[in-house]
Write a protein that binds this ligand. Sequence first.
Ligand SMILES: N[C@@H](CCC(=O)N[C@@H](CS)C(=O)NCC(=O)O)C(=O)O
Length: 321
Amino acid sequence: MAIPPPVVAAVRQAWHWQWLQLMGGLGPADTQGNYRRPVAAFSASPELPASAGQPGGHVLIVGRSCPWAHRAWLVWTLRGLGESIELVVVEPDPKAGRWRFAEPFEGATALIDLYRRCGSDPRARATVPVLYDRREQRIVVNESARLIELLNRWPAAAAPDLEPAERAEAIGQWRVRLQDAVNDGVYRCGFARNQAAYDKAEVELFAGFDAMEQALAGGGPWLCGDQLTLADVVLFPTLIRLELVYAPLFGCSRRPLWQFPALWDWRRRFFGLGGVADTCFPEAWRRDYFGALFPLQPSGIVPAGPDLATLVGGCPSKAPP
Ligand SMILES: N[C@@H](CCC(=O)N[C@@H](CS)C(=O)NCC(=O)O)C(=O)O
């Protein structure tokens, strides 16, 4: 039986209002409807702890689906920090809307309990990644941008320097652009409250892709030349999730990545670095984004593909060698 148009219009209006309320739960927006990422609770740039490099004290807490945690996990992997920093993976609890520990951690079952015990503001959200110090029972830092800089200075034998002084300027410029237009840019697309907010974020995102494509096509193999740096590290978590979640769920789909052949090759190269594949969990990403972001996917239906292996092979727009 057809629903009378006035009823449809009324339901749509009420539904849209509820949608806006639920979107507020995902993150704040400004008066124009642009998504604004909240500031992290322990975001000050930390000193290198005196006990850094000694085993048994520091713990990196990450979640599989979180791109901000992924960048920290990558630095931990690429610099071989496993001997002095323990890795703890928390699981999402979508019903409660929080991260929980697989086994009690320092007596806490949920990440929020650890935050509160460490003196976070009662309104602050408990986010990953976190670097925790067991000896001092404190959160060292929970802002990924500062955390990866700290992990890059962490003492470890034969670990590569991902922020060499002679490239600091170029790295810094890429990181500023990527953070806003790309890393946060996909969220500004997906969490936009209206068409204009989405349009703005989407244009900036693809302008960022164009800029990277040009830089890589005319140089490379990495964003700052022949050396892998933190600029590459921060790009990877966003780019590897593109076809799996950001294009279908956040509307980052204007052009598929294979139309950016240099960027495609860059992603394949990064994925091939030692240990990187072990930080990628396509099933968890799909399940957590599609299953948990209720306002964006009220049905909770999780799509079937694509297969990650098809995204890290040869570029489909290039003739096979
Ligand atoms: N500023 C933080 C953002 C981290 C962040 O937003 N993490 C999300 C997962 S992707 C989270 O833990 N959210 C839980 C919540 O907001 O309750 C960073 O870059 O480290």
